[in-house]
Design a protein. Structure first.
Length: 213
């Protein structure tokens, strides 16, 4: 992503942390990024385009963190617990990630339509942002599928894939439940909840013959 575009997205994110999206002005975003207003419009086309690009960037950043957690050393339980902890942390600290994962968009936030919008942008990154944005179900499914792929890769034990997929999805949903219901600083509740659903027997190949679910 070109430096100017990244700086503009950083400026928009900072502005959103200080005031509601409806009061964020394009001219102020451009000034904070140190570029002209025309450069901002060249990159995003409109305030709606800027909102879509910001949401897309934060979704991508969340998924990068998921990949990092899943790629960490340790067994399946530790990697899924790390994913749950990252999900809860990202949702607490980033209002856009929280909205994307829960579907609860406050009046302070931009709320771009999740369906694709017509795009005439010459900027590839903006054309992608103008495409479909992820719904909560989409994000949960992506995390579930990436977790299954990471935990059934070369050299990994071969558990029942359907059971593993259910466990992976439940871990993500439990992380979100803890984030919504538990007060800040209750990371332990995420860890313990995830641990119950990632106990070693759930990932044992013998489950396929023992019928454990």
């Amino acid at each position: 992503m070109p430096a100017a575009r990244e700086s503009l997205l950083d400026a928009a994110y900072t502005a959103l942390a200080r005031r509601s999206w409806s009061t964020v002005r394009m001219v102020d975003v451009a000034a904070a990024a140190g570029v002209s207003r025309q450069t901002l419009y060249n990159e995003f086309g409109s305030k709606e385009g800027l909102a879509r690009a910001l949401v897309r960037r934060e979704a991508d950043g969340y998924l990068v963190g998921v990949e990092r957690a899943l790629g960490s050393h340790g067994d399946a339980r530790e990697r899924l617990t790390a994913t749950a902890e990252w999900t809860a942390s990202a949702a607490r600290e980033n209002a856009l990630v929280r909205a994307m994962l829960t579907g609860c968009w406050s009046e302070r936030l931009p709320s771009p339509t999740l369906s694709a919008v017509p795009s005439s942008s010459a900027v590839p990154a903006q054309r992608r942002a103008d495409g479909p944005l992820p719904s909560p179900g989409d994000l949960v499914a992506v995390v579930r599928d990436r977790a299954v792929a990471a935990l059934t890769g070369p050299g990994a034990a071969k558990p029942d894939t359907a059971d593993l997929a259910r466990s992976c999805e439940l871990v993500v949903r439990l992380a979100l439940s803890c984030c919504v219901a538990a007060p800040p600083g209750r990371a332990g509740s995420v860890n313990s909840s995830a641990a119950r659903w990632t106990s070693p027997h759930r990932f044992s190949a013998r489950n396929r013959t023992a019928g454990v679910r």
